[in-house]
Write a protein that binds this ligand. Sequence first.
Ligand code: SAM
Length: 232
Amino acid sequence: MIFHVLTIFPEFFEGPFAHGVVKRAKDAGILDIRIHNLRDWTFDRHKSVDDRPFGGGEGMVMKPEPLFLAVESIWPERTPRQKAILLSAQGRMFDQAMANGLSREAELLLICGRYEGVDERVAEHLADGEISIGNYVLSGGELAAAVVIDAVARLLPGVLGNEASAAFDSFQESGHGEGLLDCPHWTRPADFRGWKAPEVLLNGNHEEIRKFRKRLALEKTARLRPDLVRRP
Ligand code: SAM
């Protein structure tokens, strides 16, 4: 899968994808992350990407031209499996179901806003959708783009060492079932400062372990996230 990021701060992305699962997937050629500097599509002396808001008011607004030109040059012939997403505090709330959906696309292009936001014509006529990563306002879309890429990348076939581990992640419909939280985990030592790992996990009986984990996932979800428990 190919991810494109359109940003005025390309250096921002030197860190987030240089470690762990995403880096390994990049090195293995499972995914490709292409960071594009929006200023490459500006033609004035100052490489301006923003301008004053019509109607007056505080701050600056990102201009539509560089964004349209960038997307049109990255995808001269856009196909339905090439999706452009505007990161925006006003967008649909990002969740695991959305990450699963996006992981089935061929290419994703993430547009990172800055300043007071982006000229509305980008949301209306360029982006396929607007995504928010939470009900708070960030200074820019870069952190949000990194979050979306990380969450989608780990769902791609071959990215996680163990294929099953994404299935049992929190919020997945597979695994423990119905979008519950993941079950709690323990590792060695079995007795740490007198706090013991559950005996059943040490006995090697896979069916018993499976049922125990499912019960614990349900209990933990009911305790911490009762909103995720579906009543029959
Ligand atoms: N004036 C805007 C508003 O109140 O909705 C906020 C603009 S914010 C300072 C600048 C950029 O950060 C946005 O254009 C968007 O790309 C990004 N951003 C801010 N909060 C976000 C969120 N919760 N999720 C995704 N992107 C966000």
